[in-house]
Design a protein around this ligand. Structure first.
Ligand code: PMV
Length: 342
């Protein structure tokens, strides 16, 4: 039996613009999904999800085309949880076969998932479950993959489940940890100081596909919307430089400039129509409380904001902000995927 964990993430800069080839900087955060995998004596897949911000449920599932889960919860909940686990297990079997130079092993697993990353809220919950699942399942079969290979396998799993609508950002960031620069298929870790993230969650989630399509329409219709997307890319390029300087000299005032760039980035995302009343209220509450900067993170429309504040002021202010369901502090996760017990 092996338990592996992997972190969620926030976007410091660059969501949406990354879809059009601009760079983005996601950062892993110390909120983890933990996946425990134990090999079965048959070839079935049994999944227990404890705390996925869904009600706890257990699914017994054979994993073949006609093997529908035999439980009494809505199909979409089952699909959400099962799709990623199923795809992760397939990738794990395939990776083991590749290493051993033989056919994929027809082994089954008991899988249990516990996650403290809110679901579908722009914090990379599905990527974290997929990454941790691949690591735990391959280790259970006696194979250890590099974090880069896990990132690639997890990307392929998400790509299948999300029907081609996945970028490499979430899975790479979750597998490697730290701050990451993503531009197209080029993903790499970059230096960053320990950033004082505070996250506000409105309890909801945006529809990523619709929000991405909305930005695409605006960009096709108006030159100034295309310029806005490019301007986000300029913010990211400036932000990378500031991050590198701040990593070298954490005592400098560079964190203030990072905050200013986050504010600017949020303004441009707002102009592109992907913010919401609750996200804007949380951003303004953070700024009023003295945060160095604040912006929405991820697709938008609802979900989470991220602010930078070393003090408790922003977290306290967010807790009293109408529209904010919960607020919490999250450190930059320097560890990506890791084994918790085996
Ligand atoms: O909400 P998330 O964490 O899945 O982020 C979506 C980020 C977008 O740039 C809007 C889309 C993408 O695939 O990069």
């Amino acid at each position: 039996m092996v338990t592996s964990s992997a972190p969620g993430k926030v976007y410091l800069f660059g969501e949406h613009a990354v879809v059009y080839g601009e760079p983005a900087v996601p950062c892993a955060i110390e909120r983890r999904a933990r996946v425990t995998v134990e090999q079965r004596s048959d070839s079935k897949l049994r999944v227990h999800a404890e705390d996925l911000s869904l009600d706890g449920f257990t699914v017994e599932y054979s994993g073949d085309a006609d093997g529908h889960p035999d439980i009494d919860v809505s199909e979409s909940l089952v699909e959400a949880a099962m799709g990623y686990v199923d795809a992760a297990v397939d990738q794990a079997r395939d990776a083991v076969a590749e290493q051993r130079g033989e056919d994929a092993p027809a082994v089954g697993f008991d899988v249990s998932i516990a996650s403290d990353i809110p679901l579908g809220a722009g914090l990379g919950s599905s990527a974290a479950v997929t990454v941790a699942g691949i690591d735990a399942a391959t280790r259970e079969l006696g194979v250890e993959l590099s974090s880069e290979t896990i990132a690639d396998r997890a990307f392929r799993a998400e790509y299948d489940v999300q029907k081609g609508q996945a970028s490499r950002a979430d899975t790479f960031c979750s597998a490697t940890g730290g701050a990451v620069r993503v531009e197209g298929d080029d993903c790499r870790g970059i230096g960053a100081p320990d950033l004082p993230f505070v996250i506000g969650f409105d309890g909801g989630a945006g529809d990523t596909g619709k929000l991405v399509a909305g930005v695409r329409e605006l960009r096709d219709e108006y030159g100034f919307a295309a310029d806005t997307v490019e301007a986000i890319g300029d913010i990211v390029r400036r932000g990378e430089q500031v991050l590198a300087d701040a990593a070298e000299d954490p005592e400098s005032d560079r964190i203030d400039e990072l905050g200013d760039l986050m504010d600017f980035n949020h303004g441009l995302l707002e102009a592109l129509g992907v913010s919401s009343r609750s996200l804007d209220s949380m951003v303004w509450a953070a700024r009023d409380a003295g945060a160095r900067g604040a912006k929405l993170t991820g697709a938008g429309g609802g979900g989470c904001i991220v602010a930078l504040d070393e003090t408790d002021e922003t977290e306290t202010a967010l807790e009293f902000t109408p529209g904010c369901e919960t607020a919490f502090r999250a450190e930059l996760a320097t560890d990506g995927v890791r084994v918790e017990s085996s």
